[in-house]
Design a protein around this ligand. Structure first.
Ligand code: EPZ
Length: 430
């Protein structure tokens, strides 16, 4: 079984190019089928999730041409099937973005109901509420969501919770509805703004993305565009915390520093030096980190997708830290694994109480989900001795060339597939 093998203890030093944002790419790829003209998307991350969504688009008749790893040309004019096969939803929940896109374009769509996942139950009631507000009949039967409308009419929709997925899905369903749609209590994440900018480049009329009130005036059709996806704030944040946990010096390049403000603020708070330039951020961690309190919140608050990474850093800080997860109900599954590396963490409902320890020691551990898996890699890089991490397929969902990028910063990490390869790695790095 494929694993990451890690020999910890090296401070990571150097520069790393950050790729396109996975969570922007998933929304934009889905939205690209809303025109019958050709769309070219650049800076798309070459990760499992985007590749699965491209397969889903092809499965319903979309024409997908891969220009290169990070550039794809899509044409939605030949779509003949409005039912997304359940396998795609099982592989990535975000396949449900095709519901909003196909409903918005064809007034009809069907996808399998996405199940929960390792970080929580992940309901989609707000997505359904938005579609119904626009005039769609939405039925759930036999594990499928079927949405259909004679006409989609603009509506005033108030989200009961701040939800990225529902804001994105409803935005897509509304861009070609008749009249004005207002989405109140909308998510403000950079990927929501990126989708709105993408749709506007196709002729949509969306205002207010990035605020909690998004106003959409429906248009009759959307047209071709060429669009470059924003950099991934969570990939960038993960490398920034790699500097923190290994007492390194890492510059993340090709980023938008504004998107990283809450991450930079926490790194400063725990004792790192942070230097921002136009499209790069440098993080230097020379001394032992300090404890702090952090609560995950919707953007621009501290991202839930960075919660495991900061917990790993706080596990090595002096003093006691508190991490509160306010978005998902089960996002501390990595704590058991981190405890096996010597961490001292107590989880009480949605709060982790972290007593900093002097060091982690390497162990054989398992990635429980995407971001926790990446955080456990950081722990392995900081730990004394060897760490192996199983279930790395989770990590490959959202991080392109993760071992290679870490190696370029001086990390001793390799993807190994057999015990023999693991032994060779151990002999080589000593
Ligand atoms: C998106 O998930 C991201 N995924 C997640 O990133 C991210 O953690 C999350 O937003 C929060 O930022 C993608 O963009 C593909 P939500 P999403 O709807 O849209 C509740 C990663 O690591 N809720 O903002 O599913 C929900 O239970 C992934 O890249 C409802 O109650 O998140 C949660 O408590 C992991 N009803 C809260 O809202 C709904 O209809 C936020 O969820 C929808 C959501």
């Amino acid at each position: 079984m494929e694993q990451y093998a890690i020999k910890g203890g090296n401070p990571l030093v150097g520069e790393v190019e950050i790729g396109g944002a996975k969570n922007a790419a998933l929304a934009i790829l889905a939205a690209s089928v809303m025109t019958d003209e050709t769309v070219v998307i650049e800076n798309m991350p070459d990760v499992r999730d985007t590749n699965v969504l491209l397969q889903a688009i092809e499965s319903i008749g979309g024409i997908v041409e891969r220009i290169d790893r990070h550039t794809v040309r899509i044409n939605g004019s030949q779509i003949h099937n409005l039912v997304i096969d359940g396998d795609y939803i099982k592989k990535i929940r975000a396949s449900y973005y095709l519901l909003g896109a196909l409903l918005g374009k064809y007034k009809k769509a069907e996808v399998a109901l996405p199940g929960g996942c390792n970080i929580g139950s992940r309901p989609i009631d707000q997505h359904i509420k938005g579609f119904r507000a626009l005039g769609a009949n939405v039925n759930i039967a036999h594990g499928l969501i079927h949405a259909e409308a004679e006409r989609l009419l603009g509506s005033h929709i108030y989200m009961d919770v701040v939800t990225v997925g529902a804001t994105i899905n409803v935005m897509m369903a509304a861009v070609m509805a008749e009249g004005q749609t207002i989405i109140e209590n909308a998510a403000k994440e950079p990927h929501v703004v990126d989708l709105a900018n993408f749709l506007n480049s196709m002729g949509a009329n969306i205002k207010g993305a990035g605020t909690d009130v998004i106003r959409i005036r429906g248009v009759a059709r959307l047209h071709k565009t060429e669009y470059t996806i924003i950099p991934d704030q969570i990939e960038a944040g993960t490398f920034m915390f790699a500097a923190a946990v290994t007492k390194g010096d890492i510059t993340v390049k090709n980023v938008i520093p504004k998107h990283l403000e809450s991450i930079s603020a926490k790194l400063l708070e725990i004792g790192c030096e942070v230097e921002e330039s136009d499209d790069a951020v440098r993080v230097v961690a020379s001394k032992r980190l300090s404890h702090t309190h952090v609560k995950t919140l919707p953007y621009p608050g501290f991202p839930t997708d960075m919660q495991p990474q900061i917990a790993v850093a706080l596990g090595l800080s002096n003093g006691t830290s508190i991490v509160t997860e306010s978005i998902f109900e089960n996002r501390f599954k990595y704590v058991d694994e981190l405890t096996r590396m010597g961490a001292s963490i107590k989880v009480e409902s949605n709060t982790a109480i972290i007593d900093g320890v002097d060091r982690y020691t390497g162990a054989s551990i398992t990635a429980p989900d995407l971001r926790a898996g990446a955080a456990l890699v950081l722990a392995g890089l900081a730990a004394e001795g060897f760490t192996t991490i199983d279930e790395i397929r989770y990590i490959e969902r959202g991080y392109e060339d993760f071992p290679q990028k870490l190696q370029s910063l001086g990390a001793q990490i390799e993807l190994v597939d057999t015990d023999k390869e693991l032994q060779k790695f151990k002999l080589r790095v000593g």
